[in-house]
Design a protein around this ligand. Structure first.
Ligand code: SF4
Length: 167
């Protein structure tokens, strides 16, 4: 059975920066019952507390954090990039330990977002870009979906289980 990495906050766990969570999502609950899910909160795994200050990536590109070109900043300018990198590596270790090829991660998070991010201005402006964990997992061949793309994740899982790697 193919396992799927999932953001802990999408399973109703109160690990969001503001102490909140998301969901429930019927499909994720079904996958959890099947024993298919491996849950992670990269920011907590990286050592950050809950609640914690909101952060943004200047320019919104998690790949730049991976490449050491920028940090992950609070509105006061504190750089928590090291914790984000540690959390991304923890997620990658779970992926490697479980042979994971698919992930469902929270949209528009500076760790988990897969298509879009806030631009670092703390003005609510979105730009195309990935979170730090999503970017690292993609570099290692994981297909990353968000909770807004669950039907696409179902299709990708079906292809994997049929032996057609649609990566
Ligand atoms: Fe944790 Fe990712 Fe959810 Fe943020 S979006 S709370 S890092 S699991």
């Amino acid at each position: 059975m193919h396992k799927i990495l999932v953001s802990r906050c999408l399973l109703g766990e109160r690990v969001c920066y503001d102490g909140g969570s998301h969901g429930p999502f019927v499909l994720l609950e079904e996958w959890r019952r099947q024993g298919r899910l491996v849950a992670v909160c990269p920011e907590v795994a990286g050592g950050l507390p809950t609640p914690r200050p909101p952060v943004e990536i200047p320019g919104g590109q998690g790949t730049r954090v991976l490449d050491g070109e920028c940090g992950v900043l609070t509105v006061d300018g504190a750089d928590v990039g090291a914790a984000f990198l540690a959390g991304a590596r923890a997620a990658l270790r779970l992926v490697e330990a479980n042979g994971i090829r698919l992930a469902v991660l929270k949209a528009r998070s500076p760790s988990c977002g897969n298509h879009e991010n806030y631009d670092g201005s703390f003005a609510g402006r979105r730009v195309p870009g990935e979170g730090v964990t999503a970017a690292l997992l993609r570099r290692h061949g994981v297909r990353v979906f968000s909770e807004e793309e669950l039907m696409d994740a179902v299709t990708a899982l079906a292809a994997l289980e049929a032996g057609e790697d649609a990566r």
